[in-house]
Design a protein around this ligand. Structure first.
Ligand code: G6P
Length: 355
């Protein structure tokens, strides 16, 4: 077992560190950087007029991110919690229904895909496991190629899903200017390595390990990152953590913000959206909450933050992967300080095969 961990204390930490390699594998042979194009093998000529994602847990957060990628390329797309999808299947038309599932065995996701198929939808899975039930049952399978993940809490499979969904969105839509995105994807493994080498997340974890609750906020591509940051924190530290769209904070959650609730704010880019999130950060800072900014330095959010977790400047889509890397390390180190059973958190299973 110790050798399986390659010297790391936990599989999860090993898997967090395997991300640069996993992302390279995901990209390999699928991107033509010279031409600025993506070539997705074996998927035929898929150019859907709509996409419906179904997924659970961490994979649902990847699906929320994926839906934004498609919408921003002009294709109507929505992400559904798989367990809710089957209760009222939305009109399908000729939408492609995509099940995002690391294991390819999650019962809720398989049910949602079956419900879609019954209504005549074409289906696809984005999965890590060749030969899984989802891969066998769907019309198409797109593999994230992350390698086996042992830790119950998903880490490298999430970032590999993010990259795979970028490839799908680029490959299935004819977006005009893809070169910047493709360059940012090619630079991503190296940038993740930089974050892993330089992250101050362990020091931040030490400062806030005794907090009562943790909040995570982000907007746009960084909203699913905030949700995932909170889920990871819950799963492995057993602490109360919530993720919110930055703009929603003032519509309720702000009532929970005190000097005892650190707020982790993901702020990337320099556009209007980033500036609005900085505005939300000011609101929590004014209520004496400790603020940790995950920032690429393009806004002045550091002025309102107690700590900054830095990420290199890149395309906002790639920034979402880099910000998540810090938050993985934050949860991991908090859980380690609290002595939690990181690779097998209580009450949780790697793959849930019951509805
Ligand atoms: C379980 C795991 C989660 C995972 C979810 C979906 O709840 O504990 O980490 O995100 O299942 O798994 P899937 O294999 O469908 O991605």
């Amino acid at each position: 077992e110790e050798t399986g961990k390659s010297g790391y204390d936990h599989y999860m930490l090993k898997e967090i560190h395997e991300q640069p390699r996993a992302l390279r594998q995901c990209l390999r042979g699928r991107v033509d950087e010279m031409a600025g194009t993506v070539d997705i093998e074996d998927l035929g000529d898929l150019s859907p007029t709509g996409v419906q994602f179904v997924a659970c847990g961490t994979s649902y957060h990847a699906a929320l991110y994926g839906a934004q990628l498609f919408r921003n390329a002009g294709i109507p797309a929505q992400a559904f919690l798989a367990s809710e999808y089957a209760t009222s299947v939305p009109p399908i038309g000729d939408a492609l229904v995509v099940g995002v599932t690391q294991s390819g065995e999650t019962a809720d996701t398989l049910s949602a895909l079956r419900a879609a198929r019954k209504r005549g939808a074409r289906t696809m899975t984005v999965t890590n496991v060749v030969g899984s039930t989802a891969a066998r049952e769907c019309d198409h399978a797109f593999y994230i190629r992350a390698g086996p993940e042992i830790g119950v809490a998903a880490s490298k499979t999430f970032s590999s899903q993010q990259v795979a969904l970028n490839l799908l969105a680029l490959g299935m839509t004819r977006t005009v200017d893809t070169r910047d995105v493709i360059t940012s994807l090619r630079e991503l493994p190296g940038n993740v390595q930089r974050v892993l080498d330089e992250s101050a997340a362990e020091a931040v974890a030490e400062v806030y390990q005794d907090a009562d609750a943790y909040f995570f906020i982000g907007r746009g591509y960084q909203h699913p990152v905030a949700l995932e940051g909170a889920l990871k924190m819950k799963e492995i530290t057993y602490k109360h953590a919530e993720g919110f769209a930055s703009g929603e904070l003032k519509h309720g959650p702000l009532a929970l913000v005190t000097e005892h609730t650190p707020v982790f704010a993901v702020v990337t880019g320099d556009g209007e959206q980033a500036r609005k999130t900085v505005g939300n950060v000011k609101e929590v800072e004014a209520r004496d909450a400790p603020v940790v900014a995950i920032s690429d330095g393009q806004t002045d959010v550091a002025r309102y933050a107690d700590h900054v977790l830095e990420i290199p400047e890149t395309h906002p889509r790639a920034a979402a992967v880099l910000a998540n890397t810090h938050l993985q390390l934050l949860s991991y180190h908090t859980a380690a300080l609290l002595g939690r059973n990181i690779d097998k958190p209580r009450n949780l299973a790697k793959s849930v095969t019951v509805e």
